[in-house]
Design a protein around this ligand. Sequence first.
Ligand code: ATP
Length: 517
Amino acid sequence: MANQEEIFKKIISHAKEYGFVFQSSEIYDGLSAVYDYGPYGSELKQNLKTYWWKAMVQLHEEIVGLDSAIFMHPTTWKASGHIDAFNDPMIDNKDSKKRYRADVLVEDYCAKIEAKIDKEIKKAAKRFGDSFDEATFRSTNPRVLGYQEKIETILSRLGKSLEAEDLGDVKALIEELEIACPVSGSKNWTEVRQFNLMFGTKMGSTAEGSTDLYLRPETAQGIFVNFLNVQKTARMKIPFGIAQTGKAFRNEIVARQFIFRMREFEQMEMQFFVAPGDEMKWYEYWKETRMKWHESLGFGQEFYRFHDHEKLAHYANAAADIEFKFPFGFKEVEGIHSRTDYDLSKHQEFSGKKLQYFDPERNEHYVPYVVETSIGLDRLFLLVMSQCFKEESYKTGDREETRTVLNLPPFLAPVKASIMPLVKKDGLPEKAREIFKKLSLNFSVQYDEKDSIGKRYRRQDAIGTPFCITVDHDTVDSNTVTLRDRDNMTQERISIDSLEEKLRSKVSMEAQLGSLI
Ligand code: ATP
């Protein structure tokens, strides 16, 4: 069994080889932490976005959509606090000249302790066999408890120092833990400094007449500045939400782990406006609702957990991450934040325009409070790829064979079915194309006649196509085809007339959405 690091490397090369993700501007040696999505990647990404959009906007009568511009008036970022406070603590290693995020160095240190806990658990599970109870072991084993306490002490100190902007103590912590540079192995560190993550650009043609702008580091501000436009035109009553998806840009200090941390990425955010005092109720509601959405993907509850924030962003009074167990450990995929009335109040202050709501039930005007759900589409994409990438061995007759398969939930698969003539003659391609044309009206399907049928199956397995439809010599007379299932590789003969219904029942998003209501 390959270790997790090797599996992750395989996922990255699989994503490239099969047209999911390419490095941006690869022919010029690439641009660091910027990626392009290929033919199958763009379909999968679109499906994930649609699933989010439908679950959030279509299924909620109290949520509407928005598509705001990337460029915004520069004062937006002064008001939101991003110019003054959207910083990450960075530290350089003097020997390797490599730059790191100071908090990530400490978190990685803790992840190593966590790996030790996992090791203890595996050892004990082996020793005790069926009678092993992980929860009891975790809460009683002295070694595990010791490790756990160590992690908590370190993270709590890190949280407090960052909160108080005590960068000296962050450095002291790195030194006390004897954290070494992963490249040089040296502990020769610079001071910890703050680094602003926004990209700047200019709008206008002349140097004197141009305006300094920022590429938005989050989509949320486009929602806040449009709060009243949306509330009035869509006649929304509090509580209500505004959702949008779109690009965001952050000049990340260290961009690592493929599409996990990019400099240009896509967010799917929803801001839920509530009456002051109701925010904690809604915060809990959205934590639970978003976790249910993740679980609906069917990857198993054990891959998810909440992480409550110790250090709160300047705008929040409560925040939690939904973390997923990536091949490189549990990491954030989505944030749920109670943002108070911070953003709307600040925009009111800086713009001089009232951003208030008249609540007919309370008979008063107020600046609403906001609960946000914010998920990275690219991170979600990586989550799905990591979870679905499998290398399997199986038997055909006496032969041991292997295949690489992406067992994507069918409603997310880039191609729902591939239609294949068994051979390129005897009228089979024409018949297959006829089926392709008919199905393509409702499904993303593919026509594939190149190579042997076995090779074609393997290729479709590798891009996660749930069904292969093969047209053979019996098709013309019997009006039937074979339908091969990606997961169990079995084939059944079914009539061409029932194909559409069969596919719909297996690959449509409808049933999936139904599990959410
Ligand atoms: P991190 O702690 O990993 O830097 P964050 O807490 O700054 O993330 P948020 O500002 O809460 O992230 O953004 C919401 C979501 O946007 C994150 O949960 C993540 O999925 C996604 N995201 C944030 N930064 C990036 C990035 N550089 N590349 C890809 N996705 C990102």
